[in-house]
Ligand binder design. Structure first.
Ligand SMILES: Nc1nc2c(ncn2[C@@H]2O[C@H](COP(=O)(O)OP(=O)(O)OP(=O)(O)O)[C@@H](O)[C@H]2O)c(=O)[nH]1
Length: 116
């Protein structure tokens, strides 16, 4: 948030990443240096909305807990992306949407059915 060039770079590179399956999370650092702010929180939040990802402002040099929360959120985003890519792999393999699948579960009564 103290460097507009970093923000412009993120806008450019982030769009390429956001168009892929790679999870994205926007984190603005140096939240404590209010007098050096070059990028507003609104601009950061708006960019995150464009990327459809999370956004946080932290002061890495000052507070540990908010940074830990950001790492947790990033882990969540990675796990969600993995789950999504597993689902789409299954869909590609079966040529159908997995939500439309009917699962066959073998029941007790099946053993009484004739073998042929
Ligand atoms: N006041 C303040 N200083 C910070 C914060 N985070 C990092 N710094 C300081 O910024 C300087 C650069 O930190 P680095 O960890 O080297 O980060 P970098 O990405 O290599 O450098 P930048 O180009 O500044 O982003 C160091 O002097 C850090 O102590 C913060 O949240 N608040």
């Amino acid at each position: 948030m103290t460097d507009r060039r970093s923000f412009a770079y993120l806008k450019k590179v982030g769009q390429l990443i956001a168009d892929s399956d790679i999870p994205v999370y926007v984190v603005a650092n140096k939240n404590d240096m209010v007098h050096l702010r070059e990028v507003s929180a609104e601009e950061g939040a708006m960019l995150a909305r464009d990327f459809e990802c999370g956004f946080s402002e932290v002061a890495a040099a000052e507070q540990v807990a908010p940074v830990a929360v950001v790492f947790q959120e990033i882990c969540r985003a990675v796990l969600a992306a993995r789950r999504k890519s597993k689902h789409s792999l299954l869909e590609r393999m079966l040529g159908t949407r997995s939500s439309n699948l009917r699962l066959y579960v073998r029941g007790k009564s099946d053993s009484a059915l004739p073998k042929d």
